[in-house]
Write a protein that binds this ligand. Sequence first.
Ligand code: MIG
Length: 645
Amino acid sequence: MEEVAAMVRKYVFGNPIDTESVVKEFPVEKGNVPYFEVAINEKTMKLSMAANDKVYGLGETVRGINKRGFRYTSNCVDDHVHTEDKSSLYAAQNFFVYWGSDKRFGMFVDTPGKVSFDIGDREINTFEIDLEDFDANIYVIDGDSIMDIVRRFRGIIGKSYIPPKWAFGFGQSRWGYMNEQDVRDVVDNYDKQDMPLEAVYLDIDYMENYKDFTVNKERFPAFKEFVEEMKGRGIHLIPIIDAGVKIEDGYDVYEEGVREGYFVKKENGENLVAAVWPGKVHFPDFLNEKARNWFGNKYKFLLDQGIDGFWNDMNEPAIFYTEDHLKEVFEEIKVLEGQNLDVLSFFKFQGLVEGLSNNAEDYKRFYHDYKGQKIRHDKVHNIYGYNMTRAAGEAFERLCPDKKILMFSRASYIGMHRYGGVWTGDNQTWWSHLLLNIQQMPGLNMCGFLYCGADTGGFWGDTTEDLLMRWTQFSIFTPLFRNHSLKDTRNQEYYRFTNKKDFRNLLRLRYALIPYLYDQFTKAAVEDDMLFKPLCFEYPEDEMAYEVEDQLFVGDSIMVAPVYRQNSVGRYVYLPETMKMVRFRSPEDYDEEVLGKGNHYIKAAINELLVFVREGKKLPLAGPANRTGDINEKDMIYITGPHCC
Ligand code: MIG
């Protein structure tokens, strides 16, 4: 304990808003923040980087595992085009480890507003942190290794969320399942093909006019019985919950929220009117403890019908438009109407409409009641989704303390990792997004988010069979393993493709791996460790290990080296130690070969994936099962690494 305190130092800038991400108390240091030069007037802190210094962390962000060479801005945003020029995605996870030749430390910039980390973008050897306001708690963490620093950081933010074991089963999702028959068809098809399946996700169409905590009676005439029917087949239904509450007379959630003052308000005290799926909505003030309790209790409506898993969406919060800004835009367009639109006025016209969604000015139009203070939204923007998920997590502890509920969210901030996991939002059917998925996992784990995964196969666009195959070969290792796609794109349930046998074998391999994965996951959660580790985290003395950004250790026993390029039938793999290569085609059909430390070119046909068992370790594989409840954990086979038992 004592030692931990000494290794973590807290500094305070200005008047920070408490995010409740850190769960331990620290005395405030009197001196300056070490390592950085702080310019209070410019609201920046700068550090000069030596040529080979490296930076890891920052959670769910674009680009590689070493974050150096770009600028990342924590500002939760609904943007589905995750090209490598995007500074902001759905999450804000402000922890990084600086691993340099003479400076080695971790830092958590704890502020709920916008902050950007320019790690050699504008100036190649300068790391500059820009805070929109100069109010933040800064935690500086020392340690002898990257993992030391990570563990110490995790020790101050509280334990990571652990889902129920069935949440390691496979989940099929699609925005477009319209009614119970659609869902039943999915389950029937998986069963018919003898493919494992654990859950089917319910996207917004299960609701009545996109109203939270309602079920559409025409599409699901007997919801409770349907949940029961599915449960009887070993299938969990996982409904989506959106942040916005539809404005509609007679809708209890809306009426109670208005009556009790639980929605976010404009300067003049009126409830903000914004629009999302259901048209006009109010946003619950998740930062207000009472509102949080109230909204959390609403999950009971679904829990009572047998539901035991949820995903929270649109909680950046995403805004199509606000009523006030829409009015302004119509007025400006009226002025342009009838004019000869030239280059300037035309682009202005176009921009007016395009700029309606997720508009930065809109986030300044409303206020929260946070710990008794009225705070403008943009100052606390990054902890909104966190507190929505916290509302649910705290409610589950009250409503069903003896049961684990599956919960994950789109927007997040450090602290939310105690209440749920994350999925990485609307990715695309791109090979580059398979690589991004691989590279995002360690950063998320560092920040406490262990239960995570991406939309396997890609959400936007039409997937291809080979992309889905390669993607699945990685996703069978991610705790959250879900195939999800957008309405009107190609259907991507596994039974729809030519090589059903190969997909079946991959799903079966996932189930064979579940005992190992769940065991390693819970261990990582309890011990503040990571499930996915880059090679250099384990081999800090090995220079080559720092070069590898497309292989990961998964738990203590194995390393994976996914193939993520179109038409590749093999890849180079770097082994930081002697390992046993296992080339899997199914849980029963694989080749094994012991390979020495160094670079190897290893073949992997489209239906083959590569796992490496570490020296002195073993990988347990369970016998076949199509549901987690049917996994026989007594009947395991072990693939042993070199020099093992
Ligand atoms: O703006 O509920 O990221 O997974 O299918 C779209 C519909 C709203 C965004 C989520 C996506 C989900 C979709 N939602």
